[in-house]
Design a protein around this ligand. Structure first.
Ligand code: GLA
Length: 385
């Protein structure tokens, strides 16, 4: 298959009979650590994948947007009337219309445009294909229209598209990762201030590799469960009298837990508070160049997601256990949960044996065979041409 950017340009020419004015690429992400902390005003540490969504685009007259998607094979077309009424553009088109809507809502004079969209980010694997689509479209429209919207303000806007237009109550991590990550670095994001620090993450220099295993576990009730976790966290914060769970530190945790009488809320709160601390500990190790030592923090994060936040599924737990048994230095589910991918930090020469061990464990359990790839931190959204 040809390169994702070449396919976007070829698709644009075929659909619209002219070359595009430019191409904009935005990546999917994995989260190294810090799960379900973003909507609790806490800390996350994602990095961008070398898998990207590309928008080849050009301006067109009037407030009209015409969009071809390689994946669906459809071309959709909508104007300002449809955009201004959330719900009128559905399916994948809602992510595109949502970005136009959020820009207009924020007072920007959004240029009409034709876009051709291609992607290497697998759908439904928990690698943020939706944020990659939003970010590719957003950066294209910002550049085509010369809009005054610096990169640090773009994630909030893309998140608004997802929350209010598409209707998914997600936090700000995925859009921030897709837009703000840097090559060779993980993005340490404070989700309250939106301040970032680019943390060098030199896997190769440390003789290590990051294996990403796609569990292929079907997403079971993921949307409802995500919303329920978010509600529990908000209830916990309210009961504790803090603006968000970010405001509880690990030193205060025991006292805080003693004030909560619902055992489920206690578990949810314990996950978020300890997970924030694990992000800070991981960042401290990476800043000191002690990459190899982050393994146990990754595994502890997984245990917390499994036992306290209760968002893992048998396929995911099997992948983590098999990876650890085969010598991974640490392993955890990444992303929102109920399926998706597992990260395993491994010695550079152990990536294949660990992947084989996971595949064998899946066969033994009768699960559909997993896919895997090894990844290095890649750049965030860029204009390609
Ligand atoms: C999904 C959401 C993010 C974040 C993660 C869990 O990826 O889109 O905002 O909440 O789940 O960490």
């Amino acid at each position: 298959m040809t390169d994702v950017a070449d396919r976007a340009t070829a698709g644009f020419r075929r659909e619209f009979g002219a070359p595009p004015a430019g191409q904009w690429a935005a990546p999917g992400r994995v989260n190294l650590i810090g799960e379900h902390t973003d909507y609790n005003d806490g800390f996350v540490l994602p990095f961008a994948l070398p898998l990207r969504t590309v928008a080849a685009a050009d301006r067109q007259e009037g407030a009209r947007w015409t969009v071809w998607s390689e994946l669906s094979g459809e071309t959709i077309d909508f104007g300002a009337d449809e955009v201004d009424e959330p719900g009128r553009v559905a399916g994948w088109g809602a992510y595109v219309a949502g970005v136009v809507w959020a820009l207009r809502e924020a007072g920007h004079d959004v240029p009409g445009a034709r876009l051709a969209i291609t992607s290497d980010v697998p759908l439904g694997a928990g690698l943020s294909s939706s944020a990659a689509l939003e970010a590719a479209v957003l950066t294209a429209l910002v550049d085509l229209g010369g809009l005054d919207l610096p990169a640090e303000r773009q994630p909030r806007l893309a998140q608004r598209a997802e929350n209010h237009y598409v209707g998914a109550p997600t936090g700000i991590m995925d859009q921030s990762a897709s837009i703000r990550c840097r090559d060779g670095h993980a993005l340490f994001l404070d989700c309250r201030s939106e301040g970032v620090e680019h943390i060098p993450f030199d896997l190769r220099g440390a003789g290590l590799a990051m294996l990403v295993v796609d569990s292929h576990a079907p997403h079971r009730h993921a949307d409802g469960e995500y919303a329920a976790r978010r509600k529990s966290c908000e209830a916990g914060a309210e009961r504790l009298g803090v603006p968000a769970l970010r405001d509880v530190t690990v030193d205060q945790l025991d006292t805080a837990l003693a004030r909560l009488d619902d055992p489920e809320t206690r578990r949810r709160v314990r996950h978020v508070v300890t997970e924030d601390q694990r992000v800070l500990d991981t960042v401290a190790l990476l800043r000191a160049g002690r990459v190899r030592e982050i393994g146990p923090l990754l595994t502890a994060s997984h245990v917390s997601m499994r036992d306290d936040f209760e968002i893992t599924v048998p396929e995911i737990d099997t992948a983590v256990e098999a990876a650890l048994a085969a010598g991974a230095l640490g392993a955890r589910m990444t992303g929102g949960g109920f399926g998706g991918c597992v990260l395993a930090l491994v010695e550079a020469d152990a990536a294949d044996p660990v992947a084989d061990a996971v595949t064998a464990a899946y066969a033994e359990q009768g699960f559909r065979a997993p896919d895997h790839l090894t990844v290095l931190p890649a750049p965030g959204a860029v204009r390609l041409t």
